[in-house]
Structure formats: structure tokens, C-alpha cells
Design a protein around this ligand. Structure first.
Ligand code: ADP
Ligand code: ZN
Ligand code: MG
Length: 484
């Protein structure tokens, strides 16, 4: 029997506001434990939450960008449960009346474009953090750091429209890219500012009735979202094929083991006893505000990609890579503006530049080689002053020491040798020094000409103009053959 997977994702994004969602405490990461708290986020009796306008603005930006219908009126609710990292005994979230619904994201998949529905977007507060290790660790103690309590989160729930692990990973990539473009989330999955729970079930191929789903947690990269889903789909198929039944449960992904394990089942599923928070009045967003937000949205990655293909005449693939990150896209446009050819710029950026950036864990915005300087490197290649091969070394030197291309070429004497007589002399030497190889060539082994090209390049320390070497060498060898 052939099976088909059904996947829906619940994504939590930490919003990039300076202060928390219901009080003025800082959201800065990494402070001394419990130094960024106040009676409101500690849940002291009698305090009142005040909604942070910036949180609403960021959630609205996202809702508009994801094509959602925004509720005229939405309501904060209390989600009740007990846990030591939750001082109030409830989390303020949205339940029956979320901020936005019925949106979609368009993915570009191998088989074409596909729209994935967004069920809802709502705002909520984060909980604190339990600490079991570190400076004060003791086997019989746990500590709690409440700096994170009240940090604003946005939850984005997708429809069960995804059909394969790669689709889920692509959805995450696209969503992350949009959130970062919008400036509402830093998109860092490793640090947990973007988290994903993946719901997955399997059903016979072609069926319309979904199977029972498991919810997967604890994946901190796109790759792990995909791996966890791949593992889980195989597991569920095996359960069904051996006559068993998939149970609805939450399962944790174990990165090292490469598998998911049961965490809690439906039996101990929570009854959260949701109720509207009486301390917070219903949220009404007026049309003007939504209009302003719509006006202020940046060009989003999907649209930018399409424009890059048309305007710069580069392949879709290149445009996709370059627009995944806004800083990279801006860098690319600046290189073109400074005079480089678009296809050269995209190749160089996707190869040399991104490799160095990744290696040094830098983003395009803090690239030590400025766009104008990269265009300078292009000009040197273009006018034949250096070969592409040498340009790679020049680029490394530019990247590491912040020098301009001209400066590196001057200091290291790398200028390409395009002097006819100099090249001719090196070719004559190479031929004279290698009689055995010459004899082989003359006896019909045409491939030996490549050997001589190599010799000449070596003699010139890679600086000889390769086109000229090829041409002059071909002529010289031909003469020798004819004169034989
Ligand atoms: P909960 O809050 O209990 O996790 P939700 O209704 O919010 O439940 O659904 C969570 C996610 O599960 C959504 O992204 C939805 O698309 C997905 N989902 C629902 N049913 C299925 C199913 N049968 N298989 C896979 N995913 C599903
Ligand atoms: Zn506070
Ligand atoms: Mg869930």
C-alpha cells in the first residue's frame, strides 16, 4: 500500500520588541537571571497588564504579509496550567478570537507553485526558563530564570496542506525569510527565537480522510524539521502495516539518536480552562492602521525574486538564493549598481562570497568587502588585468584584510601577463625542457598540449593570460608538427 503524509506546522516567533508584551521590562537576551522582571511579569497579585502597541504592530505586519483577514475584534485569554516557569499559573494567549485568520504562503516547489493555508496568527507571552545546570547546579535543586516571562511571541498555525517533509522545510524557510524581511523576528532557530512544532499523520495515497496525528517538538533547524518528519512518517507507516494504530501524542525529536520518542499521550492532554482575560479589554484594530501597515511593507522575498529574474536576467535558482536574505539581495543590487555584470555578480556571491561569510558566521551586511570593492574586482577581471583564478585569491585577501582589489594586485604583483613576447618565450622554454612530452605530442597524442599549457601557467605562477597561452601554444605546436 502506498501512503501519503499530511503535515501542519505551528510556529512560534519571538517578536523583536525592546520591551515585553504586557510590561516595560527589557527583552534583551542573556541578562543576569531575574534582573529583567517586575511585579507584572512576575504575576504579583493586583497588578494589571498593559498591551505593548509594538507587539500588535509586528503581528499585524505579519498578518498582512501572509494575506490574512484581520479580526475586527480579538480577545486575549488565560490558558491555565501549572508549571514552575509560569508564575501566574496561566499564560496570556489568544484562543477563540485570534488576531488574524485565513491567510496563505506561496511555496515554489519542484512541481510548481503551491499555496499553504495559514489557519491563524495570534499573540501570546512566553514563559520563564528552568535552569538545571551551571554555576549553582545541585542534583536536588532546579532554578528558575524569569527574564523570559512575558517576552512577546507570535504563533502562526498552518493548515494541514503540506504533503512531504521537504515541503515542510521549504515552508519554514519561506516563513523565516518573510519574518526577517519584515523585521519582526530575528529568525534564529538555534537560539529558539523561531520554534516549530510539526503535526504529522499518514493516510493511504489518494484518501481524503486524514489519519491520527502526532505532534513533534524540539527541532532547532530546518534540517531537523525535515529529518524528524521523515523518521516519523516511516514510524507511523510501520505501526499501521503491523496492524497497530497511531495514537495522538506529543513526541520529542532526539537529534543525536535521529529519532522521535513519545513524551505525553492524549490521556494526559491538558484541559487549559481557557477564559477571556478580564484584565485586558478586547483588541480593536482600525482600518487606517492596517492601511498604513500595508503601505509600509517592504518588497517581500517572493516578489523580489521575480523582479531579480526579469531585471537582472539571472536564473530563478540564483534569484532564489540571493533574495532569501534581504541583506544579500541589497548587496547584490549594490554590486550591479557599481558596475558589475549581473551573472558574474550572482555567481561570485553564491560561490566565493557566501562561502567566506558562512565560514566566518557573518551576514552580508557586515561583509568586509563592500559591494563597490567587489565591483572593482570585477573590473580587473573584465579588462584582463587578472585571471578569474587569481581573482579568487585576491578576493580572499580583500575579505581577510579589507584591502581593495587594486591594492592586493599591486602589492602582490599579480597582474596578468598579457605580453605576447613574454608568453612566447615561456612557451619555447616549456617545449625545450620537455622533449619526451613533445615527442608524444608529435606522434599523435594531441592531449599533450594540455600538459604544455600547465607548464606555462606554472612558469608564470598562474599569471599568464590563459587565452593567449592557449592560442600561441596551439600555433607553436602546429608549426612543429608540420615541420616534422
Ligand atoms: P493543537 O493546538 O491541539 O495542536 P490545532 O488545531 O491547533 O491543535 O492543530 C495543530 C496543527 O495540526 C495545525 O497546524 C493543523 O494543520 C495540523 N493538523 C490537524 N490535523 C492534522 C492531521 N490529521 N495530520 C497532520 N496535521 C494535522
Ligand atoms: Zn515586567
Ligand atoms: Mg499543537
Amino acid at each position: 500500500m502506498e501512503y501519503e503524509a499530511v503535515i501542519g506546522l505551528e510556529v512560534h516567533a519571538q517578536l523583536l520588541t525592546d520591551s515585553k508584551i504586557f510590561c516595560g521590562c527589557s527583552t534583551k537576551f542573556g541578562g543576569e537571571p531575574n534582573t529583567q522582571t517586575c511585579p507584572v511579569c512576575l504575576g504579583m497579585p493586583g497588578v494589571l497588564p498593559v498591551l505593548n502597541r509594538k507587539v500588535v504592530e509586528y503581528a499585524l505586519r505579519t498578518a498582512v504579509a501572509l494575506n490574512c483577514a484581520i479580526a475586527e475584534k480579538s480577545v486575549f485569554a488565560r490558558k491555565n496550567y501549572f508549571y514552575p516557569d509560569l508564575p501566574k499559573g496561566y499564560q496570556i494567549s489568544m484562543f477563540e478570537r485570534p488576531l488574524a485568520e485565513h491567510g496563505w504562503i506561496e511555496l515554489e516547489l519542484a512541481g510548481g507553485k503551491k499555496r499553504i493555508g495559514i489557519t491563524r496568527i495570534h499573540m501570546e507571552e512566553d514563559a520563564g526558563k528552568l535552569v538545571h545546570s551551571g554555576e549553582f547546579a545541585r542534583a536536588d535543586y532546579s532554578y528558575v530564570d524569569l527574564n523570559r516571562t512575558g517576552v512577546p511571541l507570535m504563533e502562526i498555525v498552518s493548515e494541514p496542506d503540506l504533503r512531504a517533509p521537504e515541503e515542510a522545510a521549504e515552508y519554514m524557510r519561506q516563513l523565516r525569510s518573510i519574518l526577517v524581511y519584515l523585521g519582526v523576528c530575528d529568525g534564529n532557530m538555534q537560539e529558539g527565537s523561531l520554534r516549530c512544532d510539526a503535526n504529522v499523520s499518514v493516510m493511504p495515497k489518494g484518501s481524503t480522510k486524514f489519519g491520527t496525528r502526532a505532534e513533534l517538538k524540539n527541532m532547532n533547524s530546518f534540517r531537523n524539521v525535515q529529518r524528524a518528519l521523515e523518521y516519523e512518517i516511516v514510524r507511523q507507516k510501520k505501526v499501521i502495516e503491523s496492524g497497530g494504530e497511531v495514537i495522538q501524542e506529543t513526541r520529542l525529536w532526539d537529534d543525536e539518536m535521529g529519532k522521535t520518542g513519545g513524551m505525553r499521550g492524549k490521556e494526559d492532554a491538558h484541559d487549559y480552562r481557557y477564559l477571556p482575560d478580564p484584565d485586558l479589554i478586547p483588541l480593536k484594530v482600525d482600518e487606517d492602521w492596517i492601511g498604513q501597515i500595508r503601505q509600509s511593507l517592504p518588497e517581500l522575498p517572493g516578489r523580489k525574486k521575480g523582479r531579480f529574474v526579469l531585471q537582472y536576467n539571472i536564473p530563478e535558482y540564483d534569484a532564489g538564493v540571493l533574495t532569501q536574505d534581504q541583506g544579500l539581495a541589497e548587496y547584490f543590487e549594490a554590486v550591479i549598481k557599481a558596475g558589475a555584470a549581473s551573472k558574474w555578480a550572482s555567481n561570485w556571491m553564491m560561490g566565493e562570497l557566501m562561502r567566506e561569510l558562512n565560514e566566518q558566521n557573518k551576514s552580508a551586511g557586515d561583509c568586509p568587502v563592500k559591494p563597490e570593492e567587489l565591483a572593482g574586482l570585477y573590473r580587473l577581471i573584465e579588462k584582463g588585468a587578472i585571471s578569474s583564478k587569481i581573482a579568487k585569491n585576491v578576493f580572499l585577501e580583500m575579505f581577510r584584510n579589507g584591502k581593495s582589489a587594486e591594492q592586493v594586485v599591486r602589492e602582490q604583483g599579480l597582474t596578468q601577463v598579457s605580453d605576447d613576447s613574454v608568453i612566447r618565450k615561456m612557451i619555447e622554454e616549456a617545449i625545450a625542457e620537455n622533449p619526451k612530452q613533445l615527442a608524444e605530442y608529435l606522434s599523435g597524442k594531441d592531449k599533450m598540449s594540455g600538459f604544455f599549457v600547465g607548464q606555462v601557467m606554472k612558469k608564470s605562477q598562474g599569471k599568464a593570460n590563459p587565452q593567449m597561452v592557449n592560442q600561441i601554444l596551439a600555433e607553436a605546436l602546429k608549426k612543429l608538427k608540420e615541420g616534422k
